[in-house]
Design a protein around this ligand. Structure first.
Ligand SMILES: *Cc1c(COP(=O)(O)O)cnc(C)c1O
Length: 384
């Protein structure tokens, strides 16, 4: 396409932002610039590229693309979602505090509680679906509020705009882990957050063939810091993974539509099923965060958790499904089923699992984009 993509629709930006035809050949797909360094024409005359830890054109294309999709000033791509979160946390100095959604991704919890606990950074684990608790936990020392919404696997919803207002009043920044929604359904920066985090491993890449992470910032100041840490610490996304992720993003809109229409139908089926005790899906009108989700997002996504009552029943279901694959992770085109208590959340102590609502009978689905009839038939037969 010719001209700027700014102001165009989501899919047009997903396909074109950061991806002008390559100048030497006109290649439509951004090439994989598999190089570590760049020749300078003369001393003091580079083409703006010096060394590929600092900048690589394939990675830059992805970073510009994600910045456009999230409505931020710049993006920075890292070797994993956790690498991105680690860089985000360098905004915080010792003796400052971070307020986290109590139920954040297990890797985020482990990073804070077992690695960064060496650096005198205070942590407050708060149910961010409860604004009173957020307000009560904010202190002068709180530098960052890290919100995940919906949370994994219990699908609690946090009000991003209200939390941003509370945090900003106290001088804290707000970062939102937007992995579950993808930029297609939710744009935290437009709601007042300062930074968006993605594990691109999940819906953004969407094909279960790459690990990556991105930060998108709303301010030049944060963007500059992230660029500086990116080149200093070096946890960059490779050119090949940048290429795969750009390729995945081109179909993000159509994939998310299908993830969601399949998930809605499956959530309704489970909610009416006699062997299912409860269903956690923000798209169900009775679900606690439904209204906030409707206000702040354009959809409900493809993740569902449900309770079957006991470990034995969960195990029998997980062992019997055929189309759903028993695996951790989420957000790929293929449907996955997992048992949070013994898989994704195994490192969380049982008492804390109980507090978080992760019982032995809880099952999580990442609903893929296969034919709905096959997914429904598979679950009905396995529950049967
Ligand atoms: C997977 C995930 C991460 C971590 O990303 P990796 O790419 O696996 O390092 C962070 N947050 C959420 C919500 C995730 O699902």
């Amino acid at each position: 396409m010719k001209g700027t993509v700014e102001g165009r629709g989501f899919s047009t930006r997903a396909i074109h932002a950061g991806q002008a035809p390559e100048p030497t050949t006109g290649a439509v797909a951004v090439p994989i610039f598999q190089t570590s360094t760049y020749v300078h024409e003369a001393l003091g005359e580079s083409k703006g590229f010096d060394y590929a830890r600092t900048t690589n054109p394939t990675r830059t294309a992805l970073e510009q693309n994600m910045a456009s999709l999230e409505g931020g000033v710049r993006g920075h791509a890292f070797a994993s979602g956790m690498a991105a979160i680690t860089v985000l946390l360098t905004l915080v100095r010792s003796d400052e505090r971070v307020l986290f959604s109590a139920n954040v991704y297990g890797g985020t919890y482990r990073l804070m509680s077992k690695v960064l606990d060496r650096y005198r950074i205070g942590c407050d684990w708060v149910d961010t679906s409860d604004l009173d608790r957020v307000e009560a936990a904010l202190t002068e020392k709180t530098r960052l509020v890290f919100v995940e919404t919906p949370t994994n696997p219990t699908m609690e919803i946090a009000d991003i705009a209200a939390i941003s207002e509370l945090a900003h009043r106290r001088g804290a920044k707000v970062a939102v882990d937007n992995t579950f929604m993808s930029p297609y359904f939710q744009n935290p920066l437009a709601l007042g957050a300062d930074i968006v985090v993605h594990s691109t491993t999940k819906f953004v890449n969407g094909h279960s063939d790459s690990i990556g992470g991105v930060l998108v910032s709303s301010s030049e100041e944060d963007a500059e810091w992230f660029a500086f840490v990116q080149k200093s610490a070096g946890g960059i996304l490779s050119p090949f993974d940048s290429f795969l992720t750009l390729r995945g993003i081109k179909t993000l809109a159509v994939r998310m539509e299908r993830h969601e229409s399949n998930a809605r139908a499956i959530a309704a089926l489970l909610a009416a099923h006699p062997k299912v005790h409860s269903v956690l899906y923000p798209g169900l009108p009775a679900s606690p965060g439904h209204e906030i989700q409707q206000r702040q997002a354009r959809g409900f996504g493809g993740m569902i958790a449900f309770e079957v009552g006991s470990y034995e029943r969960a195990k029998s279901l997980l062992d019997r499904v055929e189309v759903f694959s028993l695996a951790e992770s989420l957000g790929g085109v293929e449907s996955l089923i997992s048992h949070p208590a013994s898989m994704t959340h195994a490192s969380v102590p049982p008492a804390r699992q109980q507090e978080l609502g992760i019982g032995p009978g809880l099952v999580r689905l990442s609903v893929g984009i296969e034919d709905l009839d096959d997914l429904v038939g598979d679950l009905e037969a396995a529950l049967g």
